[in-house]
Design a binder for this molecule. Sequence first.
Ligand code: GLN
Length: 191
Amino acid sequence: MVATIGVLALQGAFTRHQATLERLGCQTVAVRYPRDLERLDGLVIPGGESGTISRQLDSSGLRQPIITFAGEKPVLGTCAGLIIMSRESAGSQVQGLDLLDLDVVRNGWGRQAHSFTSSLPVTLNGHSEELPAIFIRAPRITRVGQGVEVLAAIDGEPVLVRQGRHLGATFHPELTADTRIHQLFLRAVEE
Ligand code: GLN
């Protein structure tokens, strides 16, 4: 089966996700309208500016259709996409989709714009592997609920989480050549 994966294309870094998914053999759809969700096997919510994405979820009419979609199919959120998948972030303009039970602080690492680690230990297939991770004005996860599995952390702070079929990363797996996070997401799509 060739999976068809939507990438929310209201704003932000969606083309790199499409390129990675296509490299892994998927068909991709740039999602801008509710009808674009039809026939998708999974959805990626990319990085960008979470306040803008949150407003555009309402103006596009996509908010409720995505919540309904996520009741059946997997969603991967990266950076701003993870913020959008949470409930709300303190003192911000973002209204989240409440797909991940966690609290986040936007730009939680202060003024630091970019950082890179080449050795993020991640639990992928029941054992730990190291992968490269790029953080860009990343959110900080300050609380995870009981149903949330932490797959990677830096200094004890979660940076990759899974809740049921959904995955969230505070970093940008689409900006490196490493495809393991997308592969992990595609495994949930196949199940
Ligand atoms: N700082 C952005 C926000 O709060 C997220 C940055 C990103 O997605 N790279 O929305």
